[in-house]
Structure formats: C-alpha cells, structure tokens
Design a protein around this ligand. Sequence first.
Ligand SMILES: Cc1cc2nc3c(=O)[nH]c(=O)nc-3n(C[C@H](O)[C@H](O)[C@H](O)COP(=O)(O)OP(=O)(O)OC[C@H]3O[C@@H](n4cnc5c(N)ncnc54)[C@H](O)[C@@H]3O)c2cc1C
Length: 429
Amino acid sequence: MTFDVIVIGGGITGLVAAYRLTREGKRVLLIEKSPRLGGNISTLREAGYIFEEGPQTILANNPAVWELIEELKAPVEKASPSSQKRYIYKGGSLIPIPLKPQEFLTTPLVGIKSKLLLFGELFKKPLDVEDISVANFVREHFGEEFLTYFVQPFVSGIYAGDAEKLSLRYAFPKLWEIQRRYGSLLKAFIKEKRVAPKGELISFEGGLKTLIELLAEKIPNKELNTSAEVIEREGDLYRVLTDRGTFLGKRVIITTPAGETAKLLRKVFPPAEAFKEIHYPPVAVVSLAFPKIGLDGFGFLVPKVEGLKILGAIYVSSLFPNRCPAGEDCLSVFLCGDTQKEVCHQSEEEVLKTAVGEIRKVFPQIGEIKFQKLKLWKRSIPQYTVGYGRFYKLYEELKRRETNLEILSNFLGGSSLAKCIEKGLSLKG
Ligand SMILES: Cc1cc2nc3c(=O)[nH]c(=O)nc-3n(C[C@H](O)[C@H](O)[C@H](O)COP(=O)(O)OP(=O)(O)OC[C@H]3O[C@@H](n4cnc5c(N)ncnc54)[C@H](O)[C@@H]3O)c2cc1C
C-alpha cells in the first residue's frame, strides 16, 4: 500500500502533523520507535499524583494552539493566577522577580550600578552582526549582573541551555527582531508595551498526556515499536525502511531528533550528517511530594553562582492544585542542563539524593518525602547555538532537492510546544 504521507516520530509534532493531514483526507501513516506516543511529553499519573516528567505547560501564544484545542475539544486547565509569581534564589532566599518597572528599581536581585545601566540601554543601536550569543548581547546591553541573575537562569529554565553558547538570533528570534528594529529592548518595551511573548500558560485535565491521547484517537494508521532506519527514493515515491518492514509514501515528514534525522536522510541527502552536531544537554526532572508548606507561585530559578546543584523547580501544587493530594505540596525539580551536566553523570540514585538535598536547602521546613521519582533525559532540548544559521541553510538545500520531504523536528523553527503545534497544524495537504 502506498501512503499519501508517512510521518516519522510520534511526539507532539508528529501527532499534530498526522492529525492535520488525516483531517485533510490524506492516507497517513505515523511511525513511532517507542511503545508509547508523546515523545518528550511524559505525564506521570501515579498514586493520586499527576506530574509532568518533561514539558510542564504550554505557553499558548499562537492561534494554532487554540485552534487545535477547539477542534479536539481538549479540556484545558489554565495555570492558577498565582503563576505570575516567580522567584530567583539568591543568598539563601527566594526573591520575587520584579514584574513592574517600579519593582525593578527596588529589587535586591541586582545592585544600583546595574539599575543605572538601564538608562544607557535606551540608547543602544541595532547590532551590525550576523549573530551573537545571548550572554554577549545581554552583557553589552544590561551588564554582567543582569546576565547572572536574570538571563542565565531564564535560559536554563527554557532551554536547559548556556547563555554563552545560545544564539540570540536563533534561540530568541523575537528578541533578535526587536533589537534589529529598535536597538534598545527597553525602548521596544516602552513603545510596544511588552517584550516577552504574551499568552496563557495552560495544560489539560489529566496533564499534557491528555492532548496526546486525544490526537492519537484521530490517527487511524499508527505503527508503534517501529524504528525508521533510512529513507530511500523509488521514482517519485519514498521508501521508509524500518525494523518492522518497508513503507511507501508520496511524501515524508520527519519529526525526530537531529541525530536520528541525519541517520534517516543519509541516502537521499548525505550532507544531513551535519545535523548530528546539534547539541542536546542532559536534563533530570525529579517529581517530589511532601506535607504542605504553602508553596505559592510558578516556581524559582537558581543562578549558577549561587552554588546549588539544581536549575530550579516548579510549584506543581500551586500551578494546578488538583494534581497533588490535599495536605501535600508537589514540586518538579530540574537538574543538569548545559551548565551543570556533571550532575547527570552521577547514578540515578545520587541525582535523586542531590535534588532532595538541594530542595531542603531552599525549604528547610520540608518534612518527610511522600513521593519521589526521577526521569532522566539523556538528550533533552536542542541547543540553538551561535552560527545555527548553517543548519537552516542545509535544510533549505534539502527542500530544493526533495520537495516532498520535510523536517518539522524541534531542532528547526523552535522547540516550544506552541511552536511544535503551530508547525504541525500549518501543514497543507
Ligand atoms: C525536560 C523537558 C522540559 C521541557 N519543558 C517545556 C515546557 O515546559 N514548555 C514547552 O513549550 N516546551 C518544553 N520542552 C520542549 C518540548 O517538550 C519539545 O520541544 C517537544 O515536546 C518536542 O516534540 P517533538 O514531537 O518535536 O519531538 P519529540 O518529543 O522528541 O518526539 C520525537 C519522537 O520521535 C521518535 N523517534 C525518534 N527516532 C525515531 C525513529 N528512528 N523512528 C521512529 N520514531 C522515532 C521518538 O521516540 C519520539 O517519540 C521541554 C523539553 C524537555 C525535554
């Protein structure tokens, strides 16, 4: 049988792509290597808890997310309003991240010198470079302290990344465009009233897995436990060779991580080998529950200079109160990333111990741990590093040569769940 479309990879991107094209009336086959769908989305529903072991929430900042929700009638769960409150760990305490300009003037997170630098930022001109690291851009515009206490923790929180290596242009394209337009980010903020993307933080009743389950119901042809090995041309068609047989398709959509993508393309497009250079740091996510201590807010981030061996934590029981039994608080603790990779070189038992030990330094009042579980992502989120443009050029070359072969993976065009959904839903039949 020849399929209209073969989608490789059953994470959120592949599922949305397969759903979209099935809805268009195409005969679609979805191939997934593992026995379960969802990829990075991994909701733990166990012993009365609901924890996310991968992504925690969707920042619904594009219309595609809402379109999908409406079509699937997905039961949205919005993060509680207290999620506005976010903290940075400094000097042994949690300090609120300023949300308003007047709060910034009084925050102890940075000193008076850094605050004064803001006035100079207003006069910055657009950059005349091809690309720049996030760290160098921030240093130049706001100074070192700002980088240490706001930006690096934030970059760890989003990409598990290192601001010294990540590209402003490719990891934060909206900020890149803003600086190209205004030079100064503050000027843009004053003129446009915002710099950060607006959008609601959402999940679903039962966690992000609910979206995966709803999508899966709508895709009739799925091959799980099936590893795609290589793609070959057969006239106008593509042959996808897997460890469980060969499938023929008129069009192939790849949604796998960079290394797997390079492997799949080695016959039709050998230069794709370069995708193997894309770096994915390890991340450990520890789910923890303990008697209530009154967690309130979204969570906190830890600047590396503060010496804790965790990147930060999300207050699950405050964000989504029904995910944790009454009388308990729940946290998702993040470790490793590109700046603390060595933590993930320990045994899983040691990583768990590190997470609990470090959390007790932040909250000494925590009593007996009621639940703990570790999820280790050996290769977590692709790092859009300085010079990443060469991977986009490579993809453009592939598109010129193979019009019916597309890469929708999260190492191109953004890795947020909202972007993954947008990419999948924007496919035309
Ligand atoms: C720990 C963590 C926390 C995150 N937090 C957030 C967050 O809070 N908010 C947010 O917006 N984003 C977050 N992200 C990013 C986001 O989760 C991912 O970018 C997104 O889920 C990627 O989805 P995907 O379908 O593109 O790829 P994946 O989820 O990687 O799916 C790819 C699929 O391809 C399959 N596959 C691989 N090789 C083959 C093969 N040869 N044949 C067949 N199948 C194959 C894999 O098994 C997998 O199921 C986080 C990511 C991680 C790891």
